[in-house]
Write a protein that binds this ligand. Structure first.
Ligand code: CP
Length: 345
């Protein structure tokens, strides 16, 4: 079948069909194998991709810039402070300025597409970042790519599974352990949600381990359960730092995330609480109980807290390969959604 994603926004992989996910992964692997090939290096020739960052980044900014360059175009960095945007709080205007409707329609006249990053520290309530991104998508008639919001991180999820497939082939029936870890960064849900959604969608068994009180939003867990039910796979929640590491586990993803009361208690209180739970860390001793599992993480890694150096730098760690894949999956997304490249799967 020929997959066509021209003009499509990429906000969460759950909103793509499995065929679209497979087409993006196939193209990303081909682009990785032929990185500077003539087939791809003029796809967005002379066009500008906008990158609107409300929050900082290392991988996302540089990989999108490189992706645009390698496709023959240019990526332009934008920050809210460089634009006179209207700001509201609780429905009340706190900063006069331009509406999203106006800004978005004008930006779409200049660019071939736009990525947006807006994480929890730039919004007041869970979901506000995702809602803002969707508001831009509503008014822009060029593709919007989510570069990580407070709910989802589709480019990360695609890069995770691309790396997992590169090392272990078809993921169907294989098991991933996603485990909470302590740390001093009070991490967003976006990468964790995206990995749970896409791995369950592609037919993996999912074990989710976290301390009591660190439940992920119910609506996302419900989607993961539906994905697993549709594939006849298992979904399990474990409130223990040890017992998830079993001999069926082929991938371990350890990551800190904040508790559901984060938006009320704030970052400092969250970090103070999470930092005490030092037993929640991925160690080699724990990895030794798995099926020679590969270690994955979206990076940046909070070494010594989320995972030991021994595991993060060890032979089973594929974190840098996955980070590299951000470039290739994003090139594939831009090629299909912006340039209209069609992929046979
Ligand atoms: N994984 C990821 O999105 O990294 P950055 O925050 O550095 O972009």
């Amino acid at each position: 079948m020929l997959v066509n994603m021209k003009g499509k926004d990429v906000i969460c992989t759950q909103e793509l069909s499995v065929q679209e996910i497979n087409a993006l992964l196939k193209l990303a692997k081909e682009m990785k194998a032929d990185r500077y090939g003539d087939k791809y290096n003029q796809l967005i020739k002379d066009q500008t991709f906008l990158m609107f960052f409300f929050n900082p980044s290392l991988r996302t900014r540089i990989s999108f810039e490189s992706a645009a360059t390698e496709l023959g175009g240019h990526a332009q960095f934008l920050e809210p402070k460089t634009m006179r945007l209207k700001k509201t709080s609780g429905g009340v205007e706190v900063q006069a300025g331009e509406t999203i409707e106006d800004a978005a329609q004008v930006l779409a006249r200049y660019a071939c597409g736009m990525g947006i990053r807006i994480l929890e520290t730039s919004v007041e309530n869970y979901g506000d970042g995702n809602a803002l991104l969707r508001e831009y998508a509503k008014w822009m008639d060029v593709p919007i790519i989510n570069m990580a919001d407070d709910k989802y991180h589709p480019c990360q999820g695609l890069s995770d599974v691309m790396g997992m497939q590169e090392h272990k082939g078809d993921l169907k029936g294989k098991t991933i352990l996603m485990t909470w870890a302590h740390g001093a960064l009070a991490r967003s849900y976006c990468s964790v949600h995206e990995n749970l959604l896409i791995t369950s969608r592609l037919g993996m068994n999912v074990k989710l381990a976290y301390p009591k009180g660190y439940d992920l939003p119910e609506e996302e867990i419900a989607k993961v359960k539906v994905n697993c039910e549709a594939n006849g796979t298992k979904f399990e929640i474990i409130n223990d730092p040890d017992v998830g590491y079993t001999n069926d586990v082929e991938f371990v993803y350890s990551r800190n995330w904040f508790g559901p009361d984060f938006y009320k208690i704030g970052k400092e209180a969250e970090i103070a609480r999470a930092s005490k739970m030092t037993d929640w860390i991925c160690t080699q001793e724990r990895m030794d109980h798995t099926n020679n599992a590969l270690y994955i993480h979206p990076m940046p890694v909070d070494r010594g807290k989320e995972v030991t150096d021994e595991v993060a730098s060890g032979p089973n760690s594929i974190i840098v390969n996955i980070a590299e894949n951000r470039l290739h999956t994003q090139k594939a997304i831009m090629a299909m959604t912006i340039a209209g490249m069609k992929v046979e799967i």
